[in-house]
Design a protein around this ligand. Structure first.
Ligand SMILES: [Zn+2]
Length: 175
């Protein structure tokens, strides 16, 4: 039986990841432009932008992977929700916030994945109520001592006679 899927979280993570990739590519592109201008003193800056942009692209790819993973395996929604959430926030550092759209979609998608509750969890099945079984209807009939075996007295002398005896132990009269 198919459980519920975090569809909205998956779609938002996928689209957000695409925009973070675009943002990362944009940052890397800026770095390459600065590098091509060959302006003195900008070498370090262009290299840094290139590196940040590439990290941004990787972040976007991981967000897309997260969207696919949380959909294919809803039980992992918490882990991937946190990852997508964090990467979308960090995209401001390495991918211009995914042009803001990537940040926004990743943020919402990550939160939706976090609060997502997979349905039909086996642990949620209610246990059997053992106390509801009908009991005691027949009472304690089995525990009642059998009548007639004790308390017999000899008709001749009045002595008490144990059960099963054929003669009175006191006077010897036949019963
Ligand atoms: Zn007797």
């Amino acid at each position: 039986m198919a459980g519920e899927k975090p569809t909205a979280a998956m779609v938002l993570s996928l689209i957000g990841g695409i925009f973070v990739i675009i943002g990362g590519a944009f940052i890397a592109f800026l770095g390459s432009i600065i590098s091509s201008l060959s302006v003195a003193g900008t070498g370090a800056a262009s290299a840094t932008l290139l590196a940040l942009g590439l990290v941004g692209v990787i972040f976007g790819i991981i967000m897309i992977v997260g969207g696919v993973m949380m959909y294919s395996n809803p039980q992992s929604h918490t882990m991937w929700g946190v990852i997508v959430l964090i990467l979308s926030i960090l995209s401001w550092i390495v991918a211009a916030g995914g042009l803001f759209i990537g940040f926004l979609l990743g943020l919402i998608g990550g939160i939706l994945a976090l609060v997502f509750k997979p349905s039909m969890a086996p642990s949620m099945m209610p246990g059997q109520q053992m106390g509801s079984m009908p009991m005691g209807g027949t009472g304690y009939a089995g525990a009642t001592p059998p009548m007639g075996q004790m308390g017999m007295t000899c008709k001749n002398c009045g002595a008490s006679i144990p059960a099963g005896a054929t003669r009175c132990p006191s006077c010897g009269a036949s019963l």
